[in-house]
Design a binder for this molecule. Sequence first.
Ligand code: ADP
Ligand code: MG
Length: 260
Amino acid sequence: MIRIAVANQKGGVGKTTTAINLATALAATGLKVLLIDLDPQGNASTGLGIGQALRAQSSYELLTGAASLSECVVASPVPRLDIVPGKVDLSGAEIELIDFERRTHRLDAALDGAGRARWDVCLIDCPPSLGLLTVNALIAANAILVPLQAEFFALEGLSQLLQTVERIRARFNPELSILGVVLTMYDRRNNLSAQVSDDVRACLGNVVFDTVIPRNVRLSEAPSHGLPALIYDHRCPGSEAYIALARELIARLPARAEAA
Ligand code: ADP
Ligand code: MG
């Protein structure tokens, strides 16, 4: 099971939208996908129609060891896509985990446990910070996927994120790779989007996916129906872009992880 952290410490850049729709697009290709909602806001869970009643065992219980991976998994409305829901208790986890042994490796250990062979890919939807939750995700992950909003300050904060990745690679997880950066909320009618895209590509090169995710109202409407955009309206430009992103991403996956 390859593990991909969807991370960027900025909020509102499209992490959750990317996690939900990419997970759905990957599942549509036949892969068995696990989505872990690691954000106390639980938006990925809500966006997949997982109500509070189904969050009794969540990523919080997984991190604290109160429940095992298989106990926390809930089926989503999408075939082959399961989710470990997130809930507000996670906001206390940063402090509660301080007293735990190997507090940065809780998720990694939980994902090494029994049951992981059920899935081919695991996407981890990170909260908007570089705190202990995101560190757990980066230590558990094989690769990081960074959504970057196509706006003026897109690159601001990215160096901090990349430094964190570098530190985690040096100290804990040498195999952590940068799978790619994806531009989100791209507005074709706005020259600024094109300018930002050029700048980001000039700065980061090949690591940036060719696929850009357009600003598309269907992507923002879908979560209120508890469905991925890919199911809510599979032909909208946003859905088509996430299908293209999944294709590009599969081509980038390390062969080792694909075989695992
Ligand atoms: P994050 O998880 O990084 O905080 P979200 O994925 O929750 O970001 O996106 C923030 C807001 O922007 C949400 O309301 C979401 O519906 C909306 N949004 C995300 N991507 C797009 C897009 N490509 N087009 C239009 N709205 C989007
Ligand atoms: Mg989010």
